[in-house]
Design a protein around this ligand. Structure first.
Ligand code: OOG
Ligand code: NI
Length: 465
């Protein structure tokens, strides 16, 4: 029987999840349609340049999902399921600090890490873990009730992680098992029809709507699924024209003339969804919860640590200026700062070591016996090497917090007088049961590999720097 490889499982899972989510949240289908229209228009207008950060095939199929779980044990199961799809935990995000309202979670993103795997299908899932041990949100009594509740639920049928382990060990699954695995995996992220315990849900909701969404029910679900668009400002206008109320900003870098870097995202709140509720007297009544939303994103070039520090610093400056000039549009303030402090071309980003690129030898080299100059910048300038930007494959904590926050019903509560529990990437690695990878190290490795390869084809003893 033919084996379905891990990347085909990943692509099939992303596609089936998309179909399921489109049935559950019709506005998502509108978003996907409008994204496709915008991408086709951009491709027509800009030609090959539109594909500089990924082929149109990759971009059209590209999605990220978001899920939320309650315990390290649940997270470890998620890691096994995504591991089967060739997705690994990358990056540590602490949204407890990044958000103004109560978002008691720490997160990572499961995604492919190798270039070829990303090119085949870059599906990624932003995955958040509830933090019941953080006393700023949960007092001792609520923590213990919450942990007991979470310990008593089962998000995934035991067969699912077992099939996942087999896929990971064997590099795929035979067709029958692949079908079974995909079916179980998609079902695990559907919205459950089981009645929600209304009193318990409300108890958690008073602390945090996110806590209620995670710990107030006995199942998990996909929270949103995000298509990628080549012009997010145009998409924003078209969605607004269709009468879909978007949040009032695009998170991340401003729209400007220079290169797209990192990630720009925006979202809209999904409609309230009908959910059966169990009341205190045990009867089941019709209710509605409004927790899911639609999101869309545009991806740019991955920044180095130095580039990222520049970005974070600029965001702080935008905040300062916005506080000083309450009347001014944030986007205008940001654009003015960007124009002063961000390089306006890919070449400058590379020269200043602010962004990652891969390099390849230009066609037609070596040039009639001439020795190549030293240094990457000079090699590119003299036409020996061609630089290609590396796409940012990850997330941004402030944007993530902003997206979470703008879609919450209430602020919730956070007692800032208390000391928060400390979590970091090492702690999360322990919880996930595998190493949470450092995104910068992955981009750097990609860049270095290309330089090592270039050195060989140019006959240099050392990779150029
Ligand atoms: C995750 C929010 C973060 C993003 O794209 O930054 C996120 C969530 O709502 O669970 O998805
Ligand atoms: Ni998202």
């Amino acid at each position: 029987m033919p084996t379905i490889s891990q990347w085909r499982l990943r692509a099939a899972f992303a596609e089936r999840l998309s179909r399921m989510y489109g049935r559950e949240v019709p506005a998502y289908t509108t978003l996907v349609d409008v994204s496709r229209e915008v991408n086709e228009d951009v491709l027509r207008a800009r030609g090959a340049d539109a594909e500089r950060l990924g082929s149109i095939g990759r971009v059209t199929a590209e999605r990220h999902g978001a899920i939320r779980v309650g315990t390290p044990g649940e997270l470890a199961q998620v890691a096994r399921i995504f591991g089967a799809l060739g997705m690994h935990p990358v990056g540590f995000y602490d949204l407890r600090e990044a958000a103004a309202s109560a978002v008691p979670v720490v997160s990572t993103a499961f995604r492919p890490v190798d270039e070829e795997e990303l090119a085949r299908n870059p599906f990624r899932v932003f995955t958040s873990l509830l933090t019941p041990a953080d006393p700023r949100f949960f007092d001792a009594d609520l923590r213990s009730r919450l942990e007991t509740f979470l310990a008593g639920r089962e998000l995934f049928p035991p067969e699912l992680p077992l099939l996942a382990d087999r896929a990971a060990a064997e590099g795929g699954l035979p067709a029958d098992e692949a079908e079974r695995f995909l079916r179980l995996a998609v079902r695990a992220f559907e919205l459950s029809a089981e009645p929600v315990d209304r009193a318990w849900y409300r108890t958690l909701e008073r602390v945090s709507a996110v806590a209620a969404d995670i710990g107030g029910v006995r199942s998990t679900h996909i929270n949103h699924l995000t298509p990628r668009v080549l012009d997010i400002d145009e998409l924003y206008r078209r969605m607004t024209d269709r009468g879909i109320e978007m949040i009032d900003t695009v998170q991340g870098p401003p729209a400007w003339q220079g290169p797209d870097v990192l990630l720009r995202q925006t979202s809209f709140r999904a409609l309230a969804e009908p959910r059966a509720m169990r009341t205190e007297d045990g009867s089941v009544v019709d209710g509605a919860l409004r927790v899911r939303f639609g999101e869309v994103e545009a991806r740019g070039i991955a920044l180095t640590r130095t580039g990222r520090a520049r970005y974070d610093d600029l965001l702080d400056r935008v905040d300062e200026q916005a506080a000083q000039h309450p009347g001014a549009a944030r986007d205008d303030l940001a654009r003015a700062l960007w124009e002063r402090h961000m390089p306006g071309s890919e070449q400058e980003l590379a020269a200043q070591g602010l962004a990652y690129f891969t390099y390849r030898a230009a066609d037609g080299r070596p040039r009639d016996g001439a020795a190549p100059p030293s240094g990457v910048a000079e090699l590119v300038r003299q036409g020996w090497l061609v630089a290609e930007p590396v796409v940012y494959e990850d997330f941004l904590p402030r944007s993530a917090a902003g997206i979470f926050q703008s879609n919450l019903s209430g602020e919730g509560t956070r007692d800032n007088g208390r000391q928060g529990t400390r979590y970091d990437a090492d702690w999360l690695s322990g919880a996930v049961g595998r190493e949470v990878l450092d995104p910068f190290a992955l981009y750097e490795r990609q860049q270095n590999r290309s330089l090592a390869h270039v050195a060989r084809s140019l006959g240099l003893t050392d990779p150029p720097r």
